[in-house]
Write a protein that binds this ligand. Structure first.
Ligand code: PA5
Length: 459
């Protein structure tokens, strides 16, 4: 198995009756879980939920590898223009599987401007030669304001540099048919990869959305998909007590019902910190829902929080150990770091440093994780650990799939639709209205009326 799930510290034996889960509680959720399992399986078989099949798409891997090889030879820079599900997975891949200083030494340099802060975007623009840059515009809907605006920003410079040949530096990843990017692609011979319509943005990291930048930066996407495929098989386990995605879901479902509405993901690894960011979107957008499938108002969800061990031991852990017992903590632990060396006490006259002798930074980091885990457990705070034997393509692919599958199970247990995002759409529509997009005039009037009710201080 590429990963390990240790959930001992949510059980009654370790954190007591008040906050712990007993075997029989787990068993009850498992009994109800069989229907959820069967419904999801049916939706996977019927191709309603496309993310289940993604890890097995060998043809996609091949075509992206071929494309990436050419792109690596042609471009000095790669700029990934997308937001939310069209950016967080790619960023997590870059952070976890490429050197943190990749852009100092490697080509193409990789950039992920996933916000429209004009200062930030201009700093990037001034840093790159656009004529030697591939702009990958990623939008499933093809119309997201931030993505479109960032693309238009760079178009100004591309037009200046390349004139009518601007399209040669563009790559689109979007819906097969719908959306404005397809309208542009019908005018110019722009290379397009597709996001299957049955795969939602936050479940799309194993499509061209994540695979293209990964392959361009030299990540072995075959191994990534292999890890995901192996986890996909594990997550099919019908004995739900042995199904890690279901167990993760059952634990979080139980605590949501008990009012623990915060899910902290705390990697003890800088390489995994953006995996927690990716999880934050997956968990928040999928499970934060007003209505259940029967249209009852449930206002359900768990606020995902990202923390970083050991850094946040000196910032957040006091709260986690002694503050409100309203959280479930998921640690991410790395068993064997890819780079780790023994320390030596160069200041032998300071005996207090002797305990470092022969120990490594990795040992210290993992001891700190263990210490935090114990402190939480001793204070009846539910926590679990997902252990990576090592950070590599396979374990990262497996992690993506595990959490996607767990999210689907949790949505099923909550009887909500984990695959839509009406709240996000509402914000997108308000943005269009505020920016004066045609067709949103009524919305704009309503917003202007609402904005008059403001109470502000001049400070
Ligand atoms: O998960 C989702 O569906 C969203 O977060 C989207 O990924 C995000 O809003 C960007 O949408 P699009 O890819 O259509 O530009």
């Amino acid at each position: 198995m590429p990963l390990t799930l240790d959930y001992s510290n949510v059980m009654v034996e370790n954190i007591g009756e008040t906050h712990g889960i007993s075997e029989s509680m787990l068993q009850t959720i498992i009994q109800n879980g069989h229907d959820v399992y069967n419904t999801l399986k049916e939706k996977a078989v019927q191709d309603i939920l496309g993310f289940y099949k993604l890890p097995f798409d060998q043809q996609l891997v091949k075509s992206i590898k071929d494309y990436a090889e050419v792109a690596r030879g042609r471009f000095n820079n790669y700029v990934h223009i997308g937001i939310g599900g069209s950016a967080l997975g790619p960023i997590a891949l870059q952070t976890s599987l490429r050197n943190s200083y990749y852009n100092f030494n490697e080509k193409p340099k990789m950039f992920y401007p996933d916000n429209v802060d004009p200062d930030w975007i201009q700093e990037l623009t001034d840093h790159i030669d656009v004529s030697k840059t591939l702009f990958h515009i990623v939008s499933k809907s093809g119309g997201t304001a931030e993505t479109a605006a960032t693309a238009l920003h760079f178009m100004r410079y591309l037009n200046e540099a390349l004139g009518d040949d601007f399209y040669k530096n563009l790559l689109f990843t979007t819906d097969p048919v719908e959306g404005l990017l397809n309208r542009i692609a019908s005018e110019y011979p722009i290379k397009c990869f597709r996001i299957p319509p049955n795969v939602g943005g936050r479940f799309s990291v194993l499509t061209a959305v994540g695979l293209v930048p990964a392959a361009i930066s030299g990540i072995d996407i075959g191994q990534l998909m292999q890890g995901a495929a192996e986890m996909a098989e594990i997550c099919k386990t019908t004995d739900l007590k042995k199904n890690p995605a279901f167990v993760y879901a059952a634990i979080h479902y139980h605590y949501m019902k008990k009012g623990k509405n915060i899910s902290v993901m705390m990697p003890y690894s800088n390489k995994l910190k953006d995996m927690a960011d990716w999880y934050r979107q997956l968990w928040a957008e999928s499970l934060g829902k007003r209505l259940d499938n029967d249209k009852n108002i449930v206002s359900t969800g768990q606020t995902p929080v990202k923390a970083l061990g050991a850094t946040d031991q000196h910032s957040q852990v006091q709260l986690y150990v002694e503050g409100p017992n309203d959280k479930v903590l998921s640690f991410l632990e790395v068993e064997k770091f890819n780079n780790d060396h023994s320390l030596k006490n160069y200041f032998t006259y300071i005996k207090e440093f002797n305990y470092f002798e022969g120990k490594s930074l990795g040992q210290l980091l993992n001891a700190e994780k263990k210490a935090t885990e114990l402190a939480l457990t001793n204070n009846e705070r539910p926590n679990l650990t997902i252990k990576f034997p090592q950070i590599d393509e396979k374990s990262i692919g497996a992690f993506f799939f595990l959490l996607e599958s767990a999210t689907a199970f949790t949505g099923g247990l909550l009887n909500i639709n984990a695959f839509n995002q009406p709240g996000v759409e509402e914000g997108k529509i308000a943005t269009y209205a505020l920016m004066g997009r045609g067709g949103y005039e009524q919305k704009k009037l309503a917003i202007e009326k609402q904005l008059k009710k403001k109470k502000t201080f001049e400070i």
